[in-house]
Design a protein around this ligand. Structure first.
Ligand code: 13P
Length: 320
């Protein structure tokens, strides 16, 4: 099965009423872990990478290998997506390397990282849409600014600028994006909310009113990791130093899906699970130096959390 576009994967999710996980990967082992989970769950999947975030010298080489790896699971319905492209050039390069979907995040200016005006955001996004659609590639845009820390994304939880339904309708009409990341209360990274209550602050009525204005646009929830407390505890028990933090609960995500969220971005949960598994293994196996066993432990742990998310989002069993 050739790689799917984001629109193809999300059109099925819209009909089926489920969410599709978009899992960030920054190396081939992580990508294999995500694809293994998708295969075992018979779930559609979005594999996403951020420009500049990988350990390889040559990004084009990495993106080619990533595309080949995803395509080597012909039984899995998968889209390959550029997460948080900051510039037109980022998006063009990803398309040239075979990505089937790109996000142009023009919600902040590249020059000074300040929030863009709606007009600036529309102009930058429309340019990417024109280029991508001519090549059969889907586009995700972002409206409002989602706080937190991610490569290419800055700001704090306090800096979330919520999406506005009227501006969302304007934005989609003038850009033609297929999917829209809406700032509705989540933030990126391992430090999201310092109290459990704050983690419950997904603005469901805002999702509802944006969806009512944009029934044909796929809504995207960024910063959706749950921050599993056991992974944080394990990391800290084996030499790590993570602050207590709360993510987005499974119930909140499911409520978001029930009100129209279709793409759910998750990176931090995979990273926490991976790091916890590696730290625990290396702490217990102090004389092991050959890397494959530790990598295998981490891959299995990451596959486990990704598969769990697929079940929670209702996408398990929905693949081809
Ligand atoms: P998390 O940091 O919650 O995993 O979100 C990732 C994300 O939104 C990537 O775009």
């Amino acid at each position: 099965m050739p790689l799917r576009t984001l629109s193809e994967v999300l059109a099925k999710a819209e009909v089926g009423g489920y969410g599709v996980g978009a899992f960030n990967v920054s190396d081939l082992n992580q990508a294999a872990a995500v694809m293994k989970a998708a295969r075992s769950e018979r779930s559609p999947v979005i594999v996403q990478a951020i420009a500049g975030m990988h350990p390889y010298e040559d990004e084009g080489w990495w993106w080619d290998r990533l595309r080949e790896l995803v395509a080597s699971y012909p039984d899995v319905e998968a889209a390959l997506h550029l997460d948080h492209g900051r510039t037109f050039d980022d998006c063009v390069r990803a398309i040239d390397h075979g990505f089937t979907s790109v996000m142009i995040d023009a919600s902040r200016r590249v020059e000074d990282d300040e929030p863009s005006t709606l007009e600036e955001n529309i102009a930058a996004t429309a340019r990417v849409v024109e280029h991508a659609h001519a090549r059969g590639v889907s586009v995700e845009g972002e409206l409002g600014t989602i706080g937190g820390a991610e490569a290419g994304v800055s700001g704090t939880v306090e800096e979330i600028v919520f999406a506005d339904p009227d501006a969302a309708a304007d934005f989609v009409e003038h850009t033609g994006v297929d999917a829209l990341a809406v700032a509705v209360g989540t933030s990126h990274g391992a430090v999201k909310f310092t109290t459990a209550e704050a983690g419950q602050r997904l603005r469901i009525p805002l999702i509802e009113s944006i969806k009512a204005r944009l029934p044909d646009t796929y809504l995207v929830l960024h910063g959706s990791s749950s921050i599993p407390a056991d992974a944080v505890r394990t990391i800290n028990a084996h030499g790590g130093r993570l602050d207590e933090s709360y993510g987005v609960s499974t119930e909140q995500k499911q409520e978001g899906i029930a009100h129209g969220i279709r793409k759910i971005n998750q990176g931090t949960d995979s990273h926490l699970t991976w790091t916890a598994a590696i730290r625990e293994f290396l702490d217990a196996q102090r004389s092991v130096v050959e890397p494959s066993e530790a990598q295998g432990v981490a891959m299995r742990a990451m596959s486990g959390v990704v598969a769990q998310r697929m079940r929670e989002f209702g996408s398990s069993g929905a693949g081809a």
